[in-house]
Every structure is written in C-alpha cells, then in structure tokens.
Design a binder for this molecule. Structure first.
Ligand code: DHK
Length: 149
C-alpha cells in the first residue's frame, strides 16, 4: 500500500465556516475523513496533518521523507509566499500534488503565483473538496506509472 501525507496549511482548520462562498461548506475533518476512505479504496493509506505555522509544515515535509510515498499539499496562503516550503519539497524529493479548493487563477493577481508549482508534479484547483480526492487519484496513478518504468 502506498502512503500519502495530506498536508494542509494556514486557515484551512477553519474550513466550513471560513468564507464558504469561496472555500465551500465542507469542514477539514470531513475532507480528511473522505481522503481516508478514498485512499483506502485506491489502495493507499493517508495520514493527515494541518498547521497554521510555516515551520511545522516544513517539519512535516521533512518527516515525510522515508515514511511517506507522496504528499497532497494545500499550503494555503504560504503557496504564494514561501520559498522555504518550496525548498523543503525540493529537498525531500517526494512527489507532491498541489491542491487548492478555489481556482487561484481566477482570483486576485497575488494568488496566481505559486512557489509550490515548480516543485510539484501537478496542481489541482477550483474543484472544492473534491480536489483532494482527485489529487489522491493522481498520486496513486503516478506511483503506478513509476513502478512500470
Ligand atoms: C487556500 C488559501 O488559504 C488561500 O490563501 C489560497 C487556497 C487558496 C485554496 O483555495 O484552497 O490563495
């Protein structure tokens, strides 16, 4: 079974009540439970972690090396600011799928740029909570393709 870390950044603990018109009404707990179920059906095991602190997210990425096969990451606003998160991902050499609930490209200009995108294998945005399941499918598909090579 492949192991996937679902990592969520700042303010995503408030999902469900935070600007539901932008981020939807699904809570983080609901998203994490859905990830567990979806991953199980896809033959993967999910570990979930959320932090509002950049350093804690970096520590979680470092800890994933050797313990996880890939990461689904919604870095929240750190997506648009954090060279440190980008460097952490590049350092551990794990496949990362970047997820956003909202379509960041259809929002304010400062959200169009992602420091995660250059070190991720792909980006999924605009599909709300469904994006996390799509990211799990993408990672599992990536593992399968890689094992054929
Ligand atoms: C979540 C956030 O917290 C924002 O800072 C990003 C992202 C978008 C999301 O859509 O999930 O800009």
């Amino acid at each position: 079974m492949s192991r996937i870390l679902v990592l969520n950044g700042p303010n995503l603990n408030l999902l469900g009540t935070r600007q539901p018109e932008v981020y939807g009404g699904t809570t983080l707990k609901m998203i994490e439970d859905a990830c567990q179920q979806h991953a199980q059906a896809a033959g993967a095991i999910v570990t979930c972690f959320q932090s509002n602190h950049e350093g804690a997210l970096i520590d979680a990425i470092h800890a994933a090396k050797g313990t996880q096969d890939g990461i689904v990451l919604n870095a929240g606003a750190y997506t648009h600011t954090s060279v440190a998160l980008m460097d952490a991902i590049a350092s551990v050499e794990l496949p990362v799928i970047e997820v956003h609930l909202s379509n960041i490209h259809a929002r304010e200009r400062f959200r169009h740029h992602s420091y995660i995108a250059p070190v991720a294998i792909g980006q999924i945005c605009g599909f709300g909570a469904l994006g996390y399941n799509l990211a799990i499918d993408a990672l599992v598909g990536h593992f399968k393709e890689r094992s054929k090579a």
